[in-house]
Design a protein around this ligand. Structure first.
Ligand code: PEP
Length: 263
């Protein structure tokens, strides 16, 4: 089915980058590009996910951008509230700092930091209860794709957390499909393969909740200006989660423009 009435999202995941000076420069350059030619929030929502250290600074710097840009946390603690949990940042602390969005389940968190389904359920629950909007990442490995298990793996990742999401909370969820083999590798899923998976995710969501028809499903995995238009033209691809290319203001801007124009 077509998700074309959904306003697309283009979100830059800066991961463990960049250093302070470059962060400021990146934000400045992006704001200047928007000043030259604004992207309407009616055509595309834009977000950036800096490190926890620079979340508040970036949010302040972005406050006067001509197009609203939301600041997204890259992760959240599985512990709620406040307390003696060294190194952790809870959903409530994010919310208290004015952060409204968070990535959960990025494959780097799953693979390098051991975010299991049980942990992701706790993170998801805390984020939703605190009133954050969650960009929930799913995606299969190359081995799973080659074994014909991609769709099953991705739907299972959604089902892992779906049980704790209640009716109204679905409107605070965005799905990001990121095939692991395409992240940071320069290999992108073909638009046809990505569209097929997105349509499958849409069907799966509709079996879980009627809200599934309105959820944005983003594609992530080596999105760049050169492939953004083709991906944006796919009816069930409602935006992009962009890693490497989001560290270059001009590239990120072009990707956002591509999604804004196509929808
Ligand atoms: C990501 O890590 O979310 C991502 C999609 O990275 P890249 O665009 O660099 O593949």
């Amino acid at each position: 089915m077509s998700g074309s009435t959904i306003i697309p999202w283009v979100v830059g995941n800066w991961k463990m980058n960049p250093m302070q000076a470059n962060t400021q420069q990146l934000v400045q350059q992006f704001k200047q590009l928007l000043q030259q030619e604004a992207i309407s929030a009616q055509d595309c929502h834009i977000g950036v996910a800096p490190t926890t250290l620079t979340l508040s600074t970036v949010q302040t710097q972005l406050a006067d951008a001509v197009t609203p840009i939301v600041t997204v946390a890259q992760d959240v603690s599985r512990i709620a509230g406040t307390g003696a949990y060294t190194g952790e940042v809870s959903a409530e602390l994010l919310k208290d700092s004015g952060i409204e969005f968070v990535l959960i389940g990025h494959s780097e968190r799953r693979e390098i930091f051991g975010d299991s389904p049980a942990i992701l359920i706790e993170k998801m629950k805390n984020a939703l209860v605190a009133g954050l909007t969650v960009i929930y990442c799913v995606g299969e490995t190359l081995a799973q794709r080659e074994a014909g298990q991609a769709e099953q793996v991705v739907l299972q990742q959604i089902c892992d957390v779906a049980a704790i999401v209640n009716g109204d909370q679905w409107q605070n969820i965005i799905i990001a499909y990121e095939p692991i083999w395409a992240i940071g590798t320069g290999k992108t899923a073909s638009p046809a393969d990505a569209q097929a998976m997105h349509a499958h995710i849409r069907e799966g969501l509709l079996q879980i909740t009627p809200a599934g028809k309105d959820l944005a499903i983003l594609y992530g995995g080596s999105v760049k200006p050169e492939n953004a238009e083709e991906l944006a033209a796919c009816p069930d691809i409602n935006g992009a989660l962009v890693g490497g290319a989001s560290l270059d203001a001009a590239s990120f801007y072009k990707i956002a423009q591509a999604f804004a124009k196509t929808k």
